[in-house]
Design a protein around this ligand. Structure first.
Ligand SMILES: *Cc1c(COP(=O)(O)O)cnc(C)c1O
Length: 368
């Protein structure tokens, strides 16, 4: 049996008519950049999410950068984020001219450890940028209280958290603004690069939109210098076709996770993902911690099971951040977990047979 890490082909086959039609229409109308399909997706996503504004962007990295830039974050400022994430979360802080300040991972949930943030706040701190890692929202009450106390912006990186919830509130609706990625493998994925900003703040929405469109809301009337970060019409039409299925796909992920919890219980050498109380984990990733992780991954590969490590090196220990002089002692948990974490196959179309196969393979590895 083969168990791929994700299988985007299966999803395409299940909605082929919708997708093919969406693509055909955009091409027939040559609505490649901007225009009605992009506007329609922005409106659909904002309505679906229950936010006032959705500004589409070229990708989910630009959207983070644009939010921070338009909040006036820049040289001399600091933004706090988590050690264990994809580099978009920190490189965009640097792009504004500000300095990323890294906080260690939470021992159970792997995202930012809220108890360690306050010690990192300085007069230069302008924002906290939590990443709702793996599909699970951070401890928002604590983060919102800190932002209020120190007058900081809360910017949510929701690239992995479409439809995730914290105390009944959706990821992306709690801070000043949030960034989503529609990278193909994300829970709502385009067929290329795409991303968006969501916010309820009208002034910020307008600034972000302007900045992402060369500083002009009306053609040739450039109020400022901006950048070119547009979602193209094909991606917008594909995302609009996929959006009605997102709820169902998310429920399938949750059901698959429930099955994994059952079949992977009672293997003492692994730790299954913990779910934060009062929250809805949407399992963008299903990350276990495993003894002899590398040997296990190699064994699974031999058995036709694909796994990935998210992420093999914590951000502050990367060469890119050598100049900030972090050591493993500054982020002991992320440094220890990098040897244990393993993302096992997770996607809506995963079958019970495939999950049984994964569970048996893990069991047989440890009983060798
Ligand atoms: C995927 C991802 C991004 C960036 O998304 P792109 O659309 O690939 O630019 C940002 N942050 C996190 C945590 C991600 O996983």
């Amino acid at each position: 049996m083969q168990v791929p890490f994700v299988d985007l082909k299966l999803q395409y086959q299940s909605i082929k008519t919708d997708i093919d039609e969406a693509i055909e229409v955009v091409i027939a109308e040559t609505a490649f950049i901007g225009g009605k399909y992009v506007n329609a997706f922005e409106k659909a996503f904002a309505d679906f999410y229950g936010v006032k504004h959705c500004i589409s962007c070229a990708n989910g990295t630009d959207s983070l950068y644009i939010i921070m830039k338009m909040l006036g974050i820049g040289a001399g400022d600091e933004v706090i984020t988590v050690a264990n994430s994809w580099i978009s979360s920190s490189e965009t802080i640097s792009q504004t001219g500000a300095t990323p300040v890294f906080v260690d991972s939470h021992p159970d949930f792997y995202s930012i450890d809220e108890s360690l943030i306050e010690a990192k706040i300085t007069p230069k701190t302008k924002a906290i940028l939590p990443v709702h890692l793996q599909g699970q929202v951070c401890e928002m009450d604590a983060l919102l209280a800190l932002c209020k106390k120190y007058n900081l912006y809360l910017i949510e990186d929701c690239a992995q958290a479409h439809l995730s919830e914290y105390k009944g509130q959706r990821a992306g609706t709690m801070g000043i603004a949030a960034s989503f990625s529609f990278y193909p493998g994300k829970n709502l994925g385009a067929y290329g690069d795409a991303g968006c900003i969501v916010t309820n703040n009208e002034a910020l929405a307008e600034k972000c939109r302007m900045y992402a469109r060369h500083g002009a809301l009306i053609k040739h009337q450039h109020q400022i210098e901006g950048i070119n970060s547009r979602m193209d019409g094909l991606q917008a039409a594909i995302l609009s076709a996929k959006l009605p299925y997102l709820q169902e796909w998310t429920e399938q992920r949750i059901a698959n996770a429930a099955y994994y919890y059952k079949v992977l219980a009672n293997i003492p050498q692994i730790v299954l993902p913990a779910v934060r109380p009062h929250s809805k984990h949407t399992y963008h990733l299903f990350v276990i911690r495993a003894q002899q992780r590398d040997a296990l991954a190699a064994y699974l590969k031999e058995k036709g099971i694909e796994t990935v490590i998210h992420y093999p090196v914590p951000l502050p220990l990367m060469k890119a951040y050598e100049y900030l002089h972090y050591t493993e002692k500054d982020i002991p948990l992320a440094a220890a977990y990098k040897h244990e974490i393993l993302s096992i196959p997770m996607f809506p179309e995963l079958t019970y047979d495939q999950m049984d196969y994964v569970a048996h393979a893990i069991q047989s590895f440890y009983s060798k």
